[in-house]
Design a protein around this ligand. Structure first.
Ligand code: HEC
Length: 110
């Protein structure tokens, strides 16, 4: 019980300190700026737009670029799987450009 009282006392003190500190600079928001490492999160280079538009909703680009160099047919299968199995809303017109981009840009393709 004594332990509880001690803990409680410390807690109160901390809360009071917190309240004082908050009162002093309440609503003093600071804006922080930082750069996201876009390289891993977005697709880059020519033809990247349809891939960025359709493939980043559910996972980062890393999920895709980490794949070994795969054939066009395999990439087509993966894109179809995203559409059919995971319900990726990819417009028909974007499928071919996406497959082209991926078969030219997967990690080992460099
Ligand atoms: C609706 C959500 C969704 C969208 C949009 C989506 N994916 Fe996926 N993707 C997934 C899920 C879920 C997995 C499986 C994750 C896991 O296994 O941990 C996955 C996994 C993958 C994998 C890993 C290999 C595999 O077959 O599992 C690749 C490559 C991939 N996605 C590529 C793409 C590409 C390219 C696009 C754009 C055409 C895309 N994804 C769009 C949901 C999505």
């Amino acid at each position: 019980m004594q332990r509880f009282a001690q803990t409680f006392g410390v807690l109160c003190a901390v809360m009071m300190l917190g309240a004082t500190a908050q009162a002093k600079d309440s609503f003093d928001f600071k804006s922080e700026s930082f750069d996201l490492p876009t390289g891993e999160r977005m697709f880059t280079g020519p033809g990247a737009d349809p891939v960025n538009n359709n493939c980043l909703t559910c996972h980062s680009a890393g999920m895709v670029t980490v794949q070994p160099r795969l054939s066009k047919a395999t990439w087509e299968g993966i894109v179809k799987k995203m559409i059919n199995v995971y319900k990726a809303p990819v417009p028909d017109a974007d499928v071919a450009p996406i497959v082209d981009y991926l078969s030219n840009h997967s990690s080992a393709g460099k």
